[in-house]
Design a protein around this ligand. Structure first.
Ligand code: PEP
Ligand code: MG
Length: 564
């Protein structure tokens, strides 16, 4: 029996069998020459056969999935691609895996050079096929197929890998890497999958099918638990289930402090799947629709995405705003056509990507504009804005697209509200300027914290330095809320800070009266708000702003939560 502790991302007590996935071998293709090209050729040919057999076993659930499988098949049957690999092995004496890697690079570059947008948009699928091939050469299955209820144990998972799993079989998630605000954590939270990240080496010490127990709230993992531990986890589960029931019973109550101050709680979603949870949590709108998650699943089919936007707008009805954030791709959300960068978090991300790929951006803006015709609650929000010039360029492009829609007779709401996220210190410090151009703002604390303190939000090694209560972060937040309000611009928070009930007294005290979070957090934060006194929160926040460091603020908040 081994005990490990990591970063608890979503609560839930689970005991089950592990399904272990590791990418490590695939990331380290050895650039070695072979003495036996014939053997490498046969390894390669068998790998192709086994991947094709794997693909034929998969039953696609949607048109997009069947398109994706079609791409795999076309690639693995393409005589030019196969010949490139065979020549690498025969003539250059590359090992099979190096030959595949080198040939795929060439293949991808050639497709990009062709300028064919259909193929350019499918580079992720091509890469996936490459991974399958490399896995087969290494003798491991690359399928992230979870065909029985399991606790997923992995070195890391990309958001799209998690999305491809049959989530009804995912009991829980344990990863070597990742922090509280990494995108795979956000996805686990909104899918309500008990999850623990930043566990270091869990994927190398847990054997496939081993029994594991986890408590997502505590960040506690037990590998090969004994009978006594299993019994104690059963008791934990009982308590967790009762707490959950209580929370759900509060879903219809207003999020109002004891002295009658109303806070608007909205939901963050990543797709249509999140909508039922949002509605049942009693959220008063969608404060953040992370549209890029749809793009990660399927970049090609815009019509499908437009239908999803319209469906969300229709189903939310007049429950509150529905805020579509334009694609925030890049960073840890790489899509087709994006190449690895030295420093992706500071790189080609969000509006920077969209303003260069206006073909993609235009299509998305049209889809959101179309949704605005369905309901006046639809709002549009831009991510990662770093200053007024960038904002004005993006707004000018939106105006261009609106003009095209008018010319083409595409109906949309001329009064659709436009907002910007405040995720960079430069945007926060220029709130007074940005506020002149938008109707609303939303602080993305996940990024604002990482950029203010210069701490990668997804890096578990420095997770202890990621301090939401750093005075610099709180001062920026206070500045944003005050300046936005002065200009009559509504301001909310949609980063993970909003969804942590422990921060509620501070956020209410700083003057935020709109918060957006996952459906589960709506339940928790509402419960906490109903125990608070807004006036006392304001005094508390004033006091906190005079403190000199994160430790003192964390202590003050702990004391406050202990008392009030
Ligand atoms: C944020 O940065 O706080 C935010 C809400 O955006 P994302 O987490 O998707 O980067
Ligand atoms: Mg962000």
């Amino acid at each position: 029996m081994i005990e490990k502790r990591g970063i608890g991302v979503f609560p839930g007590v689970v005991t089950g069998h592990a399904a272990v996935f590791r990418h490590t071998i695939l990331d380290n293709v050895e650039h070695a020459l072979t003495e036996n090209p014939e053997i490498e050729l046969s390894i390669f040919e068998n790998a192709v056969k086994s991947v094709l057999a794997e693909i034929h076993k998969i039953k696609p659930h949607s048109k997009e999935e069947s398109d994706m499988l079609g791409i795999y098949e076309a690639m693995l049957s393409d005589p030019d691609y196969l010949a490139l690999i065979q020549d690498n092995i025969k003539d250059r004496r590359y090992t099979a895996s190096w030959a595949v890697e080198a040939a795929t690079e060439k293949y991808v570059s050639a497709l990009i050079a062709l300028g064919d947008s259909y193929f350019a948009e499918r580079i992720t699928d091509i890469r996936d096929a490459e991974v399958r091939l490399l896995s087969a050469i290494a003798g491991i299955s690359s399928d992230v197929i979870v065909d029985k209820p399991s606790v997923i144990v992995a070195d890391y998972l990309t958001p799209s890998e998690l999305m491809q799993m049959d989530r009804s079989n995912v009991l829980g998630l344990m990863l070597d890497t990742g922090g509280l605000t990494s995108h795979v954590a956000i996805l686990a939270h909104s899918e309500e999958i008990p999850a623990i990240l930043g566990l270091g080496d869990i994927s190398s010490i847990v054997e496939d099918d081993a029994v594991v127990a986890m408590d997502g709230k505590e960040g506690l993992v037990i590998i090969d638990p004994d009978e006594k531990t299993i019994r104690s986890f059963r008791a934990r589960k009982g308590i967790a289930t009762r707490t959950e029931k209580e929370l759900r019973e509060g879903a219809t109550l207003p999020a109002e402090t004891l002295d009658g101050h109303r806070i608007h709680l909205m939901c963050n979603i990543e797709g249509l799947e999140g909508l039922d949870g949002a509605l049942s949590s009693g959220a008063e709108g969608i404060g953040l629709f992370r549209t890029e998650f749809l793009a990660l699943q399927n970049f090609g089919d815009e019509e499908n995405k437009a239908r999803i936007y319209e469906e969300v707008a229709r189903r939310m009805g007049d429950s509150g705003p529905v805020t579509f954030r334009t694609y925030d791709l890049g960073g840890d959300k790489m899509a087709d056509g994006m190449t690895a960068e030295e420093n992706p978090i500071l790189g080609w991300r969000a509006v920077r990507f969209c303003m260069e790929r206006k073909d993609i951006f235009r299509k998305q803006l049209i889809s959101i504009l179309r949704a605005s015709a369905v309901s006046p609650s639809v709002r549009l929000m831009f991510p990662m804005i770093s200053g007024s010039e960038e904002l004005l360029e993006v707004l000018a492009f939106l105006d261009e697209v609106k003009a095209e829609c008018r010319a083409d007779g595409i109906p949309f709401d001329e009064n659709m509200k436009i907002g910007t996220m405040i995720e960079t210190p430069s945007a926060a410090i220029t709130t007074d300027i940005l506020a002149d151009y938008v109707d609303f703002m939303s602080i993305g604390t996940n990024d604002l914290i990482q950029y203010t303190i210069a701490v990668d939000r997804g890096n578990e090694r420095i997770a202890h330095l990621y301090r939401p209560l750093h005075p610099a972060v709180l001062r920026l937040m206070k500045y944003v809320v005050d300046e936005a309000k002065k200009k009559g611009v509504t301001v909310s928070i949609c980063g993970e800070m909003a969804g942590n009930a422990e921060y509620a007294p501070l956020l209410v005290g700083l003057g935020f009266d709109e918060l957006s979070m996952t459906a589960h957090s709506v339940l928790e934060v509402r419960k906490r708000i109903r125990t608070l006194n807004a006036e006392s929160c304001v005094d508390f926040a004033d006091n906190v702003l005079s403190l000199r460091d994160a430790t003192s603020i964390e202590r003050a908040l702990k004391d406050y939560n202990g008392k009030a």
